[in-house]
Design a protein around this ligand. Structure first.
Ligand SMILES: Nc1ncnc2c1ncn2[C@@H]1O[C@H](COP(=O)(O)OP(=O)(O)OP(=O)(O)O)[C@@H](O)[C@H]1O
Length: 298
C-alpha cells in the first residue's frame, strides 16, 4: 500500500495536474494506494501520522509537491521509518534533482514502483529536519522574497520556476547588507567578515538548481558548507551564474567546509530556510543524522 500526499498548491497547481495523471496509472495497473490532499505543513503531519498508524503494509509515502511539501513530512517519515517517494511538482524541485528523480510525474512514479531505495541523511536543528539544504543569509532572503512575489507565480505558469530565483537575486541585492559570521565545523571555529550567506547542504543544489555545494552527497553522513564572504555586490551578482554549474568553487571569496556538526552565528539577525521553508532567525546548531531516511531512487 502506498500513501500519496498531494499539495494542490505546489508549483502553482502542478501538484493537482500531476495527481490526475498518476491516479489514472495507479487505477489502470491495480496498484493499492490511499491519498490525501494536505492543506498545510501541520495538517500534513497530523493526517499522515494518523494514516500510517493504521495497520497496513505501507511501502512508501509519495509526495506530489515541491521541496516544502516534502519538508513537512520528514518528521513523520523518520518516526514511522517509511520510505519517501518524490513526484516533483514544485517550482524548485531540488529534492528530486538531488536524488536523480525525473521531472515527468509518470517517470517519477516508475522510480517508486521500481522499488529501489537509497539511504539519505537528514539535517537537524532545534527547529526541525531538512532534507536538501539550510540557506542562511542572502540566499534565504532571496527565497523568502521569491516566495512572496508575483514573479514566482508568473514563472510557474510558464514552467520556468528557476527563472523566479534569478529575478529574486536581483531584487534582494538592492537592499541586503553583508555582516560577519562565525562558523564552527566539527570543533574548528573561523570568523568571516562581510559574509553574504552560509549554506549547509545535503544535496548539490538549492533554489531551483543552483549547485551551491557541488560535492555534496545525500548519503555520505556529512554536511557540506558553503560560505560566501568578502566580496562586492557586483562580484556576488557575477557569482550566481557560476553557481548554476558549480564553477564558483574556484572563486577566492567562497569557502567550503565539511563536517558532522556545524554552528552558524551571524553578527546580525539572519533568516534561515530549510528546504525553502522558514526555520529560524538566530544562531543555528546543526547536526547530520546519517541514513535517517530511505528515498526511492535509482
Ligand atoms: N504538506 C503540505 N500541504 C500543503 N501545503 C503545504 C504543505 N507543506 C508546505 N505547504 C505550503 O505550500 C507551499 C508550497 O509548497 P512547495 O514548497 O512544496 O511548492 P513550491 O514552493 O511550488 O516548490 P519548491 O519548494 O520546490 O520551490 C509551501 O511553501 C508551504 O507554505
Amino acid at each position: 500500500m502506498y500513501l500519496f500526499v498531494i499539495n494542490k498548491k505546489a508549483g502553482n497547481g502542478q501538484g493537482y495536474r500531476a495527481w490526475i495523471k498518476i491516479r489514472a496509472v495507479l487505477d489502470a495497473r491495480l496498484i493499492r494506494y490511499r491519498y490525501v490532499f494536505t492543506e498545510s505543513s501541520s495538517h500534513a503531519e497530523d493526517v499522515i501520522a494518523a494514516m500510517l498508524s493504521e495497520p497496513e503494509p505501507w511501502l512508501g509515502v509519495a509526495v506530489i509537491g515541491g521541496d516544502g511539501t516534502i519538508h513537512s513530512v520528514l518528521p513523520v517519515l523518520k518516526e514511522f521509518r517509511i520510505p519517501l517517494a518524490v513526484i516533483p511538482a514544485g517550482s524548485g524541485n531540488d529534492t528530486a534533482r538531488g536524488f536523480g528523480i525525473p521531472h515527468d510525474p509518470l517517470s517519477a512514479l516508475d522510480i517508486m514502483l521500481g522499488g529501489q531505495t537509497r539511504a539519505a541523511d537528514l539535517i537537524a536543528t532545534a527547529n526541525g529536519l531538512t532534507l536538501t539544504a539550510l540557506a542562511i543569509g542572502f540566499d534565504a532572503q532571496v527565497a523568502e522574497n521569491v516566495n512572496a512575489s508575483l514573479y514566482k507565480k508568473i514563472c510557474n505558469v510558464f514552467r520556468v520556476g528557476r527563472a523566479a530565483y534569478l529575478v529574486g537575486i536581483l531584487h534582494t541585492l538592492l537592499t541586503f547588507k553583508p555582516c560577519g559570521v562565525t562558523v564552527t565545523c566539527d570543533g574548528n571555529t573561523s570568523t568571516y567578515q562581510n559574509a553574504w550567506l552560509t549554506a549547509v547542504s545535503n544535496v548539490k543544489s538549492y533554489g531551483g538548481g543552483l549547485h551551491i555545494c557541488p560535492e555534496a552527497h545525500p548519503g555520505d553522513g556529512q554536511l557540506d558548507v558553503c560560505i560566501v564572504h568578502g566580496c562586492s555586490r557586483l562580484q556576488l551578482l557575477r557569482l550566481f551564474p557560476t553557481v548554476l554549474t558549480g564553477r564558483h568553487v574556484r572563486l577566492p571569496f567562497v569557502t567550503f567546509l565539511r563536517g558532522k556538526a556545524v554552528s552558524v552565528a551571524f553578527d546580525q539577525l539572519r533568516l534561515a530556510l530549510g528546504d525553502g521553508e522558514n526555520m529560524s532567525e538566530g544562531t543555528l546548531d546543526i547536526t547530520v543524522q546519517p541514513n535517517a531516511l530511505q528515498v526511492y531512487a535509482v
